[in-house]
Every structure is written in C-alpha cells, then in structure tokens.
Ligand binder design. Structure first.
Ligand SMILES: C[S@@+](CC[C@H](N)C(=O)[O-])C[C@H]1O[C@@H](n2cnc3c(N)ncnc32)[C@H](O)[C@@H]1O
Length: 257
C-alpha cells in the first residue's frame, strides 16, 4: 500500500481550473472513453453526454447525501474518476479520502480532475479488502457506491467499513431480485473481478434481506432503505419467465448509533 496523495490546501472550484481550454482538450482527448462519470470541467467540457448526466443527477438525488457536509470526514470507496469525491469536497467536507483498486486508467481520470479543480481530496490505491483503521483513520461518513457486487468477500469488507465508520455508511449496490424467496438473505456467488465466471456470475448481488442482515452483523446499530429498485414487480415476473434472478439498485444508510 502506498499513499499517493499530497494535500493541496486550495479550495475546489468547478469553473476556475488552472488548465486552459486547449490544454484541457488535449488531456481529455487522451482519456477518451475512460471516464465513467459526467465530470463537468467547465468551459463546455463534460466527460459524458446528457443521458449519463441525467442518470448521475438522479443517483445523487436518490442517495440522499446531506447537501451540507461541512466539518465531515468522508471515505469514498471505489471512487474511480472521483465524481462523488469531488462532489463531497464541493459540499464542504473537511477531509475526503478516495480509494480504489484503480486497475485501468481511472486514476488518470481522477488525477486530471484533481489537478484541474485544485482539489485537496486525498487518494490512495487500495483494495477495499485491505481497509485498515490504523492506516486510514476514522471517517464520519463512508460512501460505497457500485462496489459491493465487485467484491470477493463482501461481508468482510462491510465489517472493515464499520471499523472505520463513526457515523453513517451510505451504500448503493445492485441487488438481487429473484422471482420468489426475496425475503431470504441470498447473495450470488462471485469469486471476484479477477476470476473468470464464464458469464454466469456477473457480480455478488444480494437480496435486500441479505443487506439488512449484513448491516447488523457488521455492527451497524440501525439502517434505513432510502431507495428500492424501480419496476420490481415487472422484474420479478421477468425472473419467473426467464428462470434468472434480475437486478436493481438499492440504497441504504446505516448508522453507527
Ligand atoms: C462500478 S464502479 C463504481 C464507481 C463509482 N463509485 C460510482 O458509483 O459511480 C466500481 C469501482 O470500484 C472499484 N473496485 C472494484 N473492486 C474493488 C476493490 N476490491 N477495492 C477497491 N476498489 C474496487 C473499481 O476499480 C471501480 O472504480
């Protein structure tokens, strides 16, 4: 594990980046197709089109993240190009640490935003399985979106998350929608992203019941579901017709006390 970040105390401003339009265009062209999120670099440069912009605006709204994060410390796990980390900084968070396995060029995307926005978000290339409170410290909020179903040991990672979380976990994940037995705490077997699943196991998708039980086992005192998959009944019918469980987004806030 190596700490890559050095802090820059300047404040993040969306439209006052240090790169000129021509420099920015060159750097963005070099990362063509590598961004996952619609990052608005200003001067008309947004890394994704209107459809993805709408999807991310909706995600942000549904996640119910406090608008005012002043004074909060936040760990963003699976940060990729930094969309959410930069947003937390914009909302006034005191400390943001972005971690990711960063196997592709996501870190380059993150670093371009980091430079352009003069961001003080800290970052660390780290596998979520290796989260360690002694090395990272503790965080008021832990944010974990689109990560759980990538993990080989999701329960273990939730326990590690709890060990660094002092207030609230915000978890967004794909969940499993079986035709029946939805109230059973099921999760699909998934050996991890590095393993060939022959297309059979696209991720560790848990039922809502699994997520609820896992939150308790990880040591969270309570949790609330803030979003359940849309078109759930139709998905259950599709699961029945195809004999394949379907999936849909689930958002949970879990509290330490
Ligand atoms: C689907 S993307 C989610 C990105 C972003 N959080 C979002 O919700 O839009 C999953 C991210 O998790 C990262 N990731 C996958 N497995 C990981 C692991 N074991 N530890 C840390 N990061 C991981 C990937 O590199 C990728 O950036």
């Amino acid at each position: 594990m190596c700490l890559l970040a050095s802090l820059n105390p300047s404040k993040y401003r969306v439209f006052m980046g240090p790169l000129s339009p021509s420099q920015l265009k060159l750097r963005l062209d070099n990362l063509q197709g590598e961004f996952h999120s619609p990052i608005d670099f200003g001067m008309g440069f947004v890394t994704k089109g209107p459809r993805v912009q709408r999807r991310f605006s909706r995600r942000l709204r549904l996640m119910d993240i406090p608008q005012d994060l002043r004074g909060k410390t936040i760990l963003d796990i699976g940060a990729w190009d930094g969309y959410f980390s930069f947003e937390f900084e914009r909302r006034g968070a005191k400390r943001v640490l972005a971690i990711d396995a960063w196997n592709g060029r996501g870190l380059e995307c993150f670093l371009l935003g980091h430079e352009h926005f003069n961001s003080k978000v800290e970052y660390l290339k780290l596998d979520a399985h290796d989260i360690d409170r002694d090395k990272l410290g503790a965080f008021d909020f832990v944010f974990c979106a689109g990560l759980l179903y990538h993990l080989r040991h999701p329960m273990l990672v939730l326990q590690k998350i709890r060990s660094v979380c002092t207030e609230r976990l915000i978890l967004e994940t794909n969940s499993l929608i079986p035709a029946v037995h939805e109230s059973t705490p099921l999760i699909t077997f998934f050996p991890g992203d590095d393993f060939d699943t022959h297309g059979r196991h696209p991720g560790a998708f848990p039922t809502e019941a699994w997520v609820s039980d896992a939150m308790h086992l990880a040591g969270f005192a309570r949790h609330k579901i803030v979003y359940r998959p849309s078109f759930k009944l139709l998905k259950k019918l599709a699961a029945l017709a195809t004999n394949q469980p379907q999936k849909g987004r689930l958002i949970v806030h879990a509290f330490v006390d």
